[in-house]
Design a protein around this ligand. Structure first.
Ligand SMILES: Cc1cc2nc3c(=O)[nH]c(=O)nc-3n(C[C@H](O)[C@H](O)[C@H](O)COP(=O)(O)O)c2cc1C
Length: 324
């Protein structure tokens, strides 16, 4: 129904992407999104080894006949995962679209591009978008300050970042961060994007492989229910507001505190456990300001149909009738 440069370039029916999500982007969610005609994405590093990713790709293929992608997030760590082997699993698995994110992602592009894989690079600034474009990626996913995950250090919200990027970027661009409904889709298209990427909204769906209590918490939370942690470490992360993230903010606001003072509180393993056991106050977990727009837990199919119908009605009726 919406034909854009994104749908044309990637051969996806609807201009909607489900961004990579650690602990959430498994075959259950990615296949549901792809079955609904949008682009589902498996989160590569949610699989403990490249062999596990190969199995997850094969499993997802049995769950949808439609294209789906894989996310690879490359943040500097002391013991980096074997990224090259993850890329090999992606290539061998016949994946045609990869979403990359993180400052180290550019090291993976040559291997992906040599295999003919289309790369969507997710970033949080116009300058990073332009440098990715120069290095030959196929599309940009531009993540505004509202987003869950890593919004960067520039603090530019989507209402400015999306058109600022659209002014400069020539390749297809997807708007990300703070989008949950048809209004967000139409706004993104109006601002110059060719589609939308959503994270938090997809967590509150029937198919998201996380505990019911976490889904209900996304519904209960509002637009003020996030914390920005790691600001002073210049590795800002937007997570759900709870007693643990409040404590992390409090500790890091003290002078002379470092990552070591919060290491245990922010453990990724505990965060993944929270998603499984629904113990909402036991760890940190990712969430965006868009929680303020999430009021239910629909199936992915119902969600996507609703977004498209709402967007079409806005374009045809609300906006159409405003033109004098
Ligand atoms: C639970 C969760 C986990 C996420 N994990 C990742 C990740 O591993 N890699 C990544 O690039 N982005 C990750 N993100 C960010 C999303 O892909 C997406 O860019 C972001 O959620 C968009 O903002 P929104 O939540 O307002 O839609 C995560 C988001 C959520 C909610």
């Amino acid at each position: 129904m919406f034909k854009t440069r994104f749908t044309e370039t990637f051969g996806i029916t609807h201009p909607i992407v489900q961004g990579g999500m650690q602990g959430v982007g498994t075959a259950e969610l990615a296949s549901a999104v792809s079955n609904a005609g949008a682009l589902g994405i498996l989160t590569g590093l949610t699989q403990p080894t490249p062999a596990d990713l190969a199995r997850e790709i094969a499993r997802c293929r049995t769950m949808t006949p439609n294209p789906f992608g894989v996310n690879l997030t490359v943040f500097p760590t002391i013991n980096p995962p074997p990224y090259g082997e993850y890329v090999e699993a992606i290539i061998d698995g016949g994946i045609r679209i990869v979403e990359t994110a993180g400052p180290g992602a550019m090291d993976l592009w040559p291997q992906l591009q040599a295999a003919g894989i289309q790369v969507i690079h997710k970033c949080t600034s116009v300058r990073h978008a332009l440098s990715a474009e120069k290095r030959g990626v196929d599309a940009i996913s531009i993540d505004g300050f509202e987003c869950a995950g890593h919004p960067g250090e520039d603090d530019v919200p989507g209402l400015v970042l999306i058109p600022a990027a659209a002014n400069r970027v020539s390749i297809p661009m997807i708007a990300s961060g703070g989008i949950a409904d048809g209004r967000g889709l139409v706004a993104a298209l109006a601002l110059g994007a060719d589609g939308i990427n959503m994270g938090t909204r997809f967590c509150a769906t029937v198919e998201a492989p996380i505990h019911e209590r976490v889904k209900q918490q996304y519904v209960a939370n509002d637009e003020r229910s996030t914390n920005l942690i790691f600001r002073k470490l210049r590795n800002t992360a937007r997570v759900a507001k709870n007693s643990v993230s409040d404590r992390v903010v409090e500790i890091l606001e003290q002078p002379d505190t470092t990552f070591d003072d919060v290491r245990d509180l922010v453990s990724g393993a505990k965060g993944r456990e929270l998603l499984r056991n629904g113990e909402i106050e036991s760890a940190i977990y990712w969430a965006g300001q868009v929680q303020g727009l999430i009021d239910d837990i629909p199936t992915v199919q119902a969600l996507i149909e609703r977004i498209l119908a709402e967007a079409a009605a806005i374009v045809r009726q609300r906006l159409g009738t405003m033109l004098a």
